[in-house]
Design a protein around this ligand. Structure first.
Ligand code: ARG
Ligand code: ZN
Length: 459
């Protein structure tokens, strides 16, 4: 979905394609990636998705099979003879473009689609992808297990950073936000939780279909469905519905998850401004992972009961990461540094350790410690979720607060949160906003904290 401040052409141009065929109407193939420095093949050039409608039938844990029909609605940003979707899932049986059979091939993570007639620039088109089989997670030495992850009785889908194509064909880059509708059919007895707002639950004997819709534009890595024997609770915080779900093993944590999520939401509204989405919540379930994910409107805690600080972290991401989205993965510190700083702010409320003290505690670590290395402004793919992105990223935010003062810092957080309504952001945007609000030059501070090797000594 293109956003007000950035033209779709600029966001989705991708790597340059071959020269135009020459007749001006036939177009050229869309590129296979958007040229992200860390994930060059993620996303695709030549189109902008506005909506995904995913109908999935999950057969149960024994086979793990999923039968899917996914409809992608998109706009061509230039004349296209062919385009790619990112997909690493099971066998594709058919692709239709605007209702007509298209030819397709698969190569690595690319599903390459050739419509029977080329797409004109600005044409709104639909691509239907049908596939069936057992999706598999990705297992990466640095990034852990992610994507479609089977659990004891179902599965949970956690995409960050590039795992959503394990189960859903998408334009897999945070630059291309879209709305989503999920229709998930499961053996009756299992439940489905996903992003956004719940819709109809329709039981047809042995199977039940659950509908969920995400009505706010969402990055593909934040798409979530969880299938299992969940106990679901609903309450409200202000006028925001809060829907939480826990696997049976975590029944004793259900009330606490709800209470903490409500408290974190109320606190976040005071600190960051209006909650950006229609609903909130959280899920505890799935296999034991060592992370949570801020899946939009409904974070997932991977097989552990989170403490309040963990819930605050994922709640803060709803503003910083989900609503305010990245243009490039290398700027991940904008998500993780701010969410970690939110933990420090939460701890400091009502007389806990001050953010200044937390900073000082980490600052005593040696320069070679993972707190400081690598510099969080360009961490490399393997250290995207490393310690320094979180901790040194948050230290950068504290250094900034101390430099500009509480009043301006408060205004900066709230103004930054409003960026969720505009284009995907970069570190340069954050620096520019901080300089504008404070009236100071801050490049020395940001350079020292984000890009210089070792422990910053002067900033
Ligand atoms: N963004 C998540 C968090 O900070 C971490 C995601 C880690 N992803 C992964 N594949 N290990 O809560
Ligand atoms: Zn995080």
């Amino acid at each position: 979905m293109a956003t007000a401040a950035a033209s779709a052409a600029a966001l989705f141009a991708g790597a340059p394609g071959p020269p135009d065929a020459g007749d001006g109407t036939s177009g050229t193939p869309g590129s296979s990636g958007l040229g992200d420095a860390y994930f060059p093949e993620a996303g695709n050039g030549g189109y902008d998705v506005s909506h995904y409608d995913a109908a999935l039938a999950y057969a149960g844990h024994a086979s793990g099979r999923v039968d899917a029909t996914v409809t992608v609605t998109a706009t061509a940003t230039r004349p296209l003879t062919r385009f790619d979707l990112d997909f690493r899932g099971p066998k594709v049986s058919a692709v239709l473009v605007d209702g007509s059979a298209a030819t397709f091939t698969r190569s690595g993570q690319e599903l390459v689609v050739t419509p029977s007639t080329p797409l004109a620039k600005d044409a709104v088109f639909t691509a239907v992808v049908r596939y069936a089989g057992r999706p598999h997670p990705l297992k990466d030495g640095a990034l852990g297990t992610y994507g479609w992850i089977p659990s004891k009785d179902g599965a949970v889908a956690l995409g960050e950073p590039d795992g959503t194509p394990t189960w859903l064909p998408v334009n897999d880059h945070p630059r291309d936000k879209a709305t989503y509708a999920f229709h998930v059919t499961v053996p009756s007895g299992l439940r489905v939780v996903a992003n956004g707002t719940p819709g109809a639950v329709v039981r047809r004997g042995a199977t039940t279909t659950y509908d969920w819709t995400e009505t706010s534009p969402m990055a593909s890595y934040l798409a979530m469905i969880a299938i299992g024997r969940f106990a679901v609770r609903t309450t409200t915080a202000g006028n925001v519905p809060v829907i939480t779900a826990v696997a049976p093993k975590f029944a004793a944590s259900a009330k606490k998850l709800e209470r903490t999520t409500v408290a974190a939401l109320r606190w976040g509204v005071q600190k960051f401004g209006p909650y950006p989405f229609a609903t909130a919540g959280g899920v505890i379930g799935g296999p034991r992972l060592d992370y949570a994910l801020e899946t939009q409107e409904r974070p997932v805690y991977g097989g552990f009961a989170p403490d309040d600080v963990f819930v605050v972290h994922e709640m803060a991401h709803q503003w910083f990461g989900d609503s305010v989205g990245l243009r490039d993965w290398k700027d991940i510190w904008l998500n993780e540094g701010l969410a970690t700083y939110a933990e420090w702010m939460w701890t400091a409320r009502g007389g806990g350790e001050s953010t200044k003290k937390t900073f000082k505690r980490y600052y005593t670590q040696p320069g070679g410690s993972p707190v400081f290395a690598p510099p969080p402004g360009s961490p490399s793919r393997r250290d995207l979720f490393g310690f320094s992105v979180y901790i040194r990223g948050a230290m950068c935010v504290e250094a900034l607060r101390e430099r500009i003062g509480d009043g301006r810092f408060d205004r900066l957080l709230k103004t930054w949160a409003e960026r969720g309504r505009t284009a995907p952001v970069t570190t340069a945007d954050f620096v520019a906003l901080a300089e504008r609000i404070s009236g100071r030059k801050l490049d020395g501070l940001f350079n020292a904290w984000l890009y210089q090797k070792g422990k910053p000594k002067k900033w």
